[in-house]
Design a protein around this ligand. Structure first.
Ligand code: PMP
Length: 404
């Protein structure tokens, strides 16, 4: 799909045509996004919000238009609910600090799942340490799906927040977040969704999901690095204190004290990444021009095709096979009973021009549960096709022959 918009896909790696299957780590950028960045710096770069002069007003207009575009993309009720951050990690840290200050006290509990990325574990651990609160992971079934019965048991009057990945960055599995949100809300507990791996691949509608917070990164959805989003329901964002102080987030500063700005500026201290927000808008428009359903269908088909092809490889173990997935597959290769180290597979694939990721994928608790040193992960973007899969499978067979 639309490969011609991504010049980087024409690169050679070690003398071979690049096959880029590391989209869960970061996606490539279409020409439309690259052009937008050049255009912004060439024609209207200027600091936003403070200037009476023309360029500043143009830059401000673009930043606020981007906010509206992102709000519409995830169907937020208002663009005031969109806070621009550096990315998912930054969004989750901001929330952990702010929510923690306002709502977490000694003995309170926060629930995550057993398959979270470190970004959705460590900020909550740090908060729990600060506040003497307790972080509780939902256990997983043997097939690595979330144990919903155990989740129900974890929920109590002590639970103050549930924070959960929509799509696992290791397994690609789509989590039952609708059910998790419903169960938490029955007990008036807010839910934060880590959308880093879902927003680039699935239609995410915050109003129909009814999630309280959503975090995601621009660079995984064809936008630039250094820009991301924290969505929060207005009633929550109004209640929460700012997580950082500085310019822009204030109303008035006096020696006697400071009053804070209105939403969303209260949470955007300092000069925001206004070039990034503009480029993110272009990425959103790019995805919309193809259609979220078309992207989702294409990637689902490709994932199923790749999983079927992988099943034919001798000694393969695919993790969470056949569960609904969004563009990610993790596997290992065994030679008789012995695991071939994923790093060795990754290195030999790289020599053949294939970019995959190996290791713990920043989800060590999940990898520990799986009882392996890591996995090989292939992950798709809208521009990947069956040729990429065929090239990858042939290269994998070659790697296995060498390593056996
Ligand atoms: N959560 C998940 C599920 C992820 O896959 C990632 C990125 N690998 C993150 C959080 C962190 O995203 P970022 O590095 O863009 O902040």
């Amino acid at each position: 799909m639309n490969r011609e918009d991504f010049s980087i896909l024409k690169e050679q790696v070690h003398g071979r045509p690049l096959v880029y299957l590391d989209n869960a780590a970061t996606s490539q950028k279409p020409q439309q996004v690259l052009d937008a960045i050049i255009d912004a710096y060439t024609h209207w770069n200027s600091n936003i919000h403070r200037g009476v002069h023309h360029l500043s007003q143009v830059a401000t207009m673009h930043h606020e238009e981007a906010r509206k575009a992102v709000a519409a993309f995830i169907n937020a009720q208002s663009s005031d609910e969109i806070i621009f951050t550096k990315g998912t990690t930054d969004s989750l840290n901001a929330l952990a600090f702010s929510f923690g200050e306002a709502c977490i006290h000694e003995g309170d509990e926060i629930i995550v799942s057993g398959l979270e990325h470190h970004s959705n574990i460590v900020p909550w651990q740090m908060l729990c340490e600060r506040k003497k609160a307790v972080l509780k992971p939902i256990p997983l079934h043997e097939d690595l799906s979330i144990d919903l019965a155990a989740f129900k048991h974890l929920l109590s009057t002590r639970t103050k927040l549930v924070s959960i990945a929509h799509v696992s960055n290791v397994l690609g599995t789509i989590q039952p977040i609708e059910e998790i949100i419903r169960l938490a809300h029955e007990q008036h507990i807010p839910v934060c969704i880590d959308g880093a791996q879902s927003v680039p691949h699935l239609r995410v509608d915050v109003q129909s999901l009814d999630c309280d917070f959503l975090a995601f990164s621009g660079h995984k959805m064809y936008g630039p690095t250094g820009i991301g989003v924290l969505y929060g329901k207005r009633e929550w964002l109004e209640k929460l204190p700012p997580h950082e102080g500085g310019g822009e987030m204030i109303n008035h500063v006096r020696w006697s004290g400071t009053t804070y700005n209105e939403l969303p500026y209260k949470f955007e201290a300092g000069t925001p990444n206004f070039i990034g927000s503009y480029a993110l808008q272009k990425a959103v428009e790019y995805m919309q021009s193809i259609g979220l359903e078309a992207i989702e269908n294409h990637e689902r088909e490709l994932t199923a095709y790749c999983e079927a092809q992988l099943q034919t490889v001798e000694g393969v173990q695919i993790y969470a096979p056949k569960q609904p997935k969004a563009g990610v597959i993790s596997f290992n290769i065994y030679n008789a009973q012995t695991l071939i180290h994923p790093f060795d597979i990754g290195t030999l694939l790289d020599q053949q021009g294939i970019a995959v990721r190996t290791g713990h994928h920043c989800a060590e608790p999940l990898i520990d549960t799986m009882g392996v040193p890591g996995t090989v992960r292939v992950s798709f973007g809208l521009y990947n096709d069956k040729n990429d899969v065929d090239t990858f499978i042939a290269a994998l067979q070659k790697a296995i022959q060498i390593l056996k």
